[in-house]
Design a protein around this ligand. Structure first.
Ligand code: N01
Length: 539
């Protein structure tokens, strides 16, 4: 390994983003004695949990799992009141962590990074903020999040509407009171489904504009059972370790031992009934080995859920419209809800099918669909999602020397090595980047794993007097190919999901997350390190 020259700089590491990932990066990298700073666009830390304040926002991973593992004292001390954390509760937790570990002194809030340019002669990133500040550091970490670029739909007249408009991913911190209003919600992904029951309870009338019906399962949320909490805390260290050996990074779910076809119809119904009663996603995804690889197996669970919808929603036409029928169950993020389907039994809620009759135009007073129906609205809530996984990085002008731009590199979809580095963009790391399992896992575990990987790599380089790391193009090509092969062996690519960028018109269709499981991925990362950072080029 030839040594590259080291340049002088303001910092050792620039971290972009102070969400769950960026905060842990501060904590972990500080321990190496590195001079660092995180730049955060919001006026508070927390990322996703700072921005997504829509009513009903709640994590779909259980509280005892969805938390940092790096401090046993922290995980023993913190008390989650409910089985699934609400947005305010998780934000309170993140702020507690930031204060407890004195992280805020290395966070600069209200600062959006506009440019990040790498000078390969000096091995130096120069970053420019929206406040016209310039900061330099040899390393730059993109802790920019996967679902952090909210997108409004491309509907004619959207700016003409005279009422109030909201996006679930940019909800006003002071909250919104919809009492007495006629409200439209556009979008029925997780954000729409979580917010709809609550908006329905406030609004005079709620119109839900649905393009695609999704699979939603009951969360069965409730106060956290103190006995479950006690046991979980007792087992925390072992559970956290065991989580890396599981597909979703969550321990405690025994892997299925048979395919759906090996069970009788009655056995399958009994299993699905038990999963439905238990609530949560994993028990369903784990019901049978071939749930996400065999369309027939998947259909048995999908039809079970459709029958639950039919049994819950009183109006048969509405029930049928709510039954998902264009993608296998679980190939879009499974939603966890509280009283979603029941909401359609309210007399003040109307489901509007915008698949058959798309929205033609948003007008000053509401919207009009292609069959000529008009809806007068006081407010519209856009639950229309994000430019997922690549959006946040593509919004930054990231380039190397005078030429190579990340947008050009990713013109046909993201290319990364392990979702950690992009070949040709030295010393730039991503936390849970595309082609890593992040969004298909317990996200905090994946953030911790990547930060630890990056910290160890930097430490290794410093010990050897090396200053430059890049992904090898061949290793990147092999990894991208592997990610696609794994995805193609499953049902995932069949869905028009944000996993393939289908929600953004013109975005190249490529399956972005790694769905081989946290277990396989962690093993691969460990092997890479054991083999001297195989696939990375250090100098
Ligand atoms: O966004 P989405 P989200 N006209 O992209 C519709 C995580 N999350 O914010 O499916 C009409 O899933 C779109 O329709 P279609 C979680 O990973 C987690 O809800 O494209 N409709 C869809 O119905 C989740 O998956 C939690 O046909 C349009 C909706 O808008 C991810 O974030 C909570 C449209 C967008 O759904 C994103 O969820 C919330 C248009 N032009 C979010 N454009 C929890 O932890 C889009 N839509 C529980």
């Amino acid at each position: 390994m030839a040594k590259s020259p080291a340049a002088t700089s303001d910092l050792d590491v620039i971290i972009i983003g102070a969400g769950v990932a960026g905060l842990y990066a501060i904590h972990r990298l500080r321990k190496l004695g590195l001079k660092l700073r995180a730049y955060e666009a919001g006026d508070g830390v927390g990322g996703t949990w700072y921005w997504n304040r829509y009513p009903g926002c709640r994590c779909d991973v259980e509280s005892m799992e969805y938390s940092y593992s790096f401090s046993n004292d922290l995980q023993q001390d913190w008390q989650w009141p409910e089985r699934y954390g609400t947005q305010p509760e998780i934000l309170r937790y993140v702020n507690h962590v930031a204060e407890r570990f004195d992280l805020l002194r290395d966070v600069q809030l209200n600062t959006r990074i506009k440019k990040a340019h790498f000078d390969s002669t000096r091995n130096l990133w120069t970053v420019k903020t929206d406040k016209r500040e310039t900061i330099t550091a040899p390393y730059c970490i993109m802790a920019t999040g996967n679902l952090s670029t909210p997108r409004l739909p491309d509907i004619d007249g959207i700016s003409e509407f005279k009422g109030d408009t909201y996006h679930t991913g940019l909800w006003p911190p002071e909250g919104v009171d919809f009492s007495g209003q006629i409200v439209g919600v556009i979008g029925t992904g997780s954000s729409g489904v979580q917010s709809i029951p609550i908006i329905a309870r406030q609004a005079k009338h709620l119109y839900v504009f649905q393009r695609t019906a999704n699979f939603s399962l009951p969360a069965r949320n409730g106060p956290l059972d103190p006995e479950i909490e006690r046991r979980h805390k007792e087992e925390y260290p072992e559970r956290r370790k065991a989580a890396y050996g599981t597909p979703f990074g969550i321990a405690g779910y025994p892997p299925p031992d048979k395919n759906a076809g090996e069970a009788t119809h009655e056995e399958r119904l009994a299993a699905y009934e038990a999963n439905w009663a238990e609530g949560g996603q994993i028990s369903f995804l784990f019901a049978y080995k071939d749930m996400l690889t065999n369309a027939e197996a998947n259909e048995t669970a999908a039809e079970f859920v459709r029958n639950k919808i039919r049994a819950t929603v009183e109006d048969p036409k509405t029930a049928e419209l709510l039954c998902p029928n264009d993608h296998p169950m679980g190939t879009k993020r499974l939603i966890l809800d509280t009283g979603y389907y029941e909401t359609y039994n309210r007399s003040n809620v109307t489901l509007v099918d915008i698949r058959s009759h798309p929205i033609d135009e948003i007008t000053e007073t509401g919207l009009r669909t292609s069959n000529g129906s008009s809806y007068a609205l006081d407010a519209i809530s856009f639950a229309t999602g994000f430019d997922a996984m690549t959006g946040a990085m593509r919004e930054i002008d990231i380039r190397v020397d005078s030429g190579k731009h990340i947008k050009a590199k990713w013109a046909d979809g993201p290319r990364t090595y392990l979702g950690i580095m992009v070949a040709g963009f030295p010393n730039m790391f991503m936390i849970t980047g595309p082609q890593s399992p992040g969004v298909k896992s317990q996200m905090i575990l994946s953030c911790e794993q990547h930060v630890d990987f990056i910290a160890d790599a930097i430490d290794h380089m410093r010990a050897k007097g090396l200053v430059r790391i890049d992904a090898d193009v061949a290793a990147e090509n092999d990894w991208v190919e592997h990610v696609n092969e794994v995805a193609d062996s499953t049902l995932y690519p069949l869905a028009n999901s944000w996993y393939v960028g289908a929600n953004i018109p013109g975005k190249p269709r490529i399956f972005m997350p790694y769905v081989g499981g946290v277990d396989a991925y962690k093993k691969k990362c460990d092997e890479v390190v054991a083999n001297g950072y195989d696939g990375f080029v250090m100098s």
